[in-house]
Design a protein around this ligand. Structure first.
Ligand code: GLU
Length: 505
């Protein structure tokens, strides 16, 4: 019988969500959807010293923004609730004790001071097979001594007893066969002195209890895999162990190491999905959302970081991604993050989106700048005209402010050196012609060119000044399209005003 597909994203709520984390969410989500399975969000918050206020809500908001909502999780519950490990505390101790009873783990009573002392005398001290027989634990103490210490409530942890001279083999769906020598693995703590499990114990217990079929996670967790595999075995659950899927790292643009938040700060791009405000320092790290990314573009870009469908196709709808995603096509090698490419995706999505799909977000951005849009129909037409020039939603105002207010200044350097009386005359006559003209782009252009012919001036020499009259600078959509949108009165008023400015001096 094949197992029902159940996958999980299991973040520790310690801060902003790195784009690598969102990609893990995405691959989980696509895989679950493709196989008619369940996608679970489990909050791994057992390390209370790393708990950060607001981080869980932030993760939920990121998933919602990306449209990658879990089927089960702390917000919507589910048959395996609770989905926060801190609320599942009672589940873990019994398994840790079962491991002790079966000889796969032991109580360790060493105080933090004693361990510090060990670290001082032994370079690269690791608690493990080399020294566990000389430290203060239930392997070295008698059964009676251990019992007494436990009864007295002496603080202790439970550690896994990693076997000596064994090789742990396992199969990873991306990497194939992987093996680790146990002699290189230390005796990880499973249950801490505060009674909370560590990540290692909790992840295995919960993947088992929640019937997880495939464990997707970043490659940085690969070194932890042997500990987890031994736990699956020692707890007697090997037959139910999930398939392992360690996703390739997302690398710095130059390919030199893992992309970090600091690289983003240094190179001027976001690494987090959304703005993250550190409650301790008050410092805000910016995110893709606030930079003006559309969630569909962000998700599409992430899908291609380490995966492709074997063709040249780069733009995929969510339905296409669900249909085409397969683990076989996820690459083993790290994926270099390319910000230019990330921008390209956003530009493509803004271009292909209907105005109705982006206008609310653009209006929000304008509102934040204290810009009121009075005429909705006009705003929509402007957005339709400039959207293909926008890389980010924020670019709207830069690309379109001249549609709402007269240029505050002109790029005089672009017109003055070549200005002439003949050009002044041309525009004075153009004003008259335009006053009588039907206001459509095609007829405005015909009239413009006919007058240029009459005056024996190349239209190309007049187009740029005309653009600068209407826009202020050398950018924007077609000149006659701009004129049509501005309307007759406004266009003529701008030409009049600019002719005077261009003639001056
Ligand atoms: N809690 C781990 C994290 O913060 C999850 C790793 C895993 O998925 O096993 O990423």
């Amino acid at each position: 019988m094949t197992k029902k597909v159940r996958v999980r994203f299991a973040p520790s709520p310690t801060g902003g969500l790195h784009l690598g984390g969102v990609r893990t969410v995405l691959f989980n989500y696509l895989f679950a959807r493709k196989h008619g399975g369940d996608f679970i969000l489990r909050i791994e918050d057992t390390d209370q010293s790393r708990y950060v206020e607001g981080a869980e809500k932030y993760i939920l908001d990121c998933l919602a923004w990306c449209g990658l909502n879990p089927d089960e999780g702390p917000l919507n519950g589910g048959p395996y609730a609770p989905y926060r490990q801190s609320e599942r505390k009672e589940n873990y101790r019994k398994y840790a004790e079962q491991l002790v009873n079966d000889g796969y783990a032991y109580y360790a009573f060493d105080t933090p001071e004693e361990l510090d002392q060990q670290r001082q005398v032994t370079a690269n001290f690791r608690y493990g097979h080399e020294n566990r027989n000389s430290l203060r634990n239930s392997l070295t103490l008698s059964a009676q001594e251990t019992k007494t210490l436990l009864e007295q409530g002496v603080p202790h942890v439970i550690r896994i007893k990693i076997p000596i001279n064994e090789t742990v083999h396992f199969y990873d769906m991306i990497r194939g066969g992987v093996s680790f020598e146990t002699n290189l693995v230390d005796d990880k703590v499973l249950l801490k002195a505060d009674g909370m499990p560590t990540y290692h114990l909790a992840v295995v217990v919960d993947d088992y209890l929640m019937k997880i079929s495939h464990a997707f996670r970043g490659e940085e967790w690969l070194p932890s895999a042997p500990v987890h595999i031994l736990l699956w075995e020692y707890l007697g659950w090997k037959a139910d162990m999930p398939e392992w899927v360690h996703l390739p790292l997302i690398l710095k643009p130059d390919g030199n190491g893992k992309l970090s938040k600091r690289d983003g700060d240094r190179l001027g791009f976001p690494v987090y999905a959304m703005n993250w405000k550190d409650p301790k320092t008050g410092e805000t790290t910016r995110g893709f959302r606030e930079m003006g990314y559309l969630p569909e573009a962000f998700v599409n870009m992430l899908a291609l970081l380490g995966w492709n469908d074997g063709t040249e196709q780069e733009i995929f709808s969510m339905d296409e991604l669900i249909e085409k995603f397969s683990i076989e096509r996820v690459s083993k090698a790290g994926a270099k993050f390319d910000f230019e490419k990330a921008k390209w995706f956003n530009h493509e999505y803004i271009k292909k989106n209907q105005v109705s799909g982006i206008k609310h977000q653009v209006l929000e951005i304008l509102k934040a700048k204290d810009i009121q849009v009075e005429d909705n129909e006009y705003f929509e037409k402007v957005l339709e005209t400039v959207k293909e020039r926008m890389t980010f939603l924020q670019d709207f105002w830069e690309q379109a402010s001249f549609f709402f207010e007269q240029p505050a200044s002109y790029d005089l350097n672009a017109v003055k050196p070549k200005w002439s009386d003949a050009k002044t005359e041309f525009f004075n006559e153009l004003i008259k012609k335009y006053e009588a003209e039907t206001w459509e782009a095609a007829s405005l252009e015909v009239a413009f060119k006919a007058l240029a012919d009459e005056k024996a001036i190349k239209p190309g020499e007049l187009m740029l000044p005309m653009r600068i009259m209407l826009v202020g600078g050398k950018f924007g959509p077609g000149v006659f399209d701009i004129a049509v949108l501005l309307g007759k009165e406004e266009t003529i008023s701008r030409i009049k005003k600019a002719v005077i400015a261009f003639m001056a001096e």
